[in-house]
Design a protein around this ligand. Structure first.
Ligand code: AMP
Length: 218
């Protein structure tokens, strides 16, 4: 099974992708996370993309496709994938179809997380992560239970993503509108696009997505 999450920055793709991958036993592939690990490991790719990512622009299709292909090959035996942040352009979507065709798979569900931009800006500028385990929090909507201590691993060190700054966020929204939104009619025409109100509580969003997947699968 292949599930794609589409939605503007901060719409909750990462959170929902993690919950759905666990519930349906799917391998999660987040291109944002994969690109950030290349950057922190300072690989050739990481060095090349750092400026682009930190400016809020999209990384070149060829680079992202190379990373996706490598990860598909590494996980041929998997039950399926949850794709978080990929595809983000029509070219990536077309290449994904070709890649899936080769392994006898297809895109089964495209979940669009809908939230208005004003609310997202507030979500993103208050977002922070545990430096050790990557658990994500929000100063307003999801603070740690104990101030300054990660709920998951107990670490006291946190980071803010370089691209979660107001000017960069605006650029990321623009890129989403220009390059990623055209994927909505593209997948709608294929009949597998499902829209979810993602302003709701994450648990409620998860329940809606799960019930769509279960209904279609049974
Ligand atoms: P994300 O964590 O999904 O918000 O992605 C963070 C940044 O990584 C984006 O703003 C892009 O610069 C880059 N990125 C992630 N996924 C892609 C993709 N599929 N295509 C191009 N750039 C991407």
């Amino acid at each position: 099974m292949i599930v794609i999450f589409l939605g503007p920055p901060g719409s909750g793709k990462g959170t929902q992708a993690a919950m759905i991958s666990k519930e349906f036993n799917l391998k999660i592939l987040s291109t944002g996370d994969l690109l950030r690990s290349e950057m922190s490991a300072q690989t050739d790719i990481g060095i090349k993309i750092k400026e682009v990512v930190n400016s809020g622009k999209l990384v070149a299709d060829e680079i992202v496709l190379e990373i996706i292909e490598k990860n598909f090959r590494k996980n041929v035996q998997t039950n399926g994938f949850v794709l978080d942040g990929f595809p983000r352009t029509i070219i990536q979507a077309q290449k994904l179809n070709v890649l899936l065709d080769h392994s006898g798979r297809k895109v089964d569900f495209v979940i669009e997380l809908n939230v208005d931009q004003e609310y997202l800006l507030e979500r993103l500028t208050n977002r922070f992560q545990c430096k050790k385990c990557g658990a994500s929090y929000n100063k307003i909507y999801k603070p740690t239970k104990t101030l300054g201590v990660c709920d998951v691993c107990g670490s006291k060190e946190f980071i803010v993503r370089d691209d979660d700054k107001a000017e960069v966020i605006k650029k990321r929204f623009k890129e989403y509108k220009k390059l990623t939104e055209p994927l909505l009619p593209y997948y709608n025409a294929q009949g597998n696009l499902y829209q979810i109100d993602a302003k709701q509580e994450p648990q409620r969003v998860f329940e809606e997505i799960s019930s769509i997947l279960k209904n279609v699968l049974t």
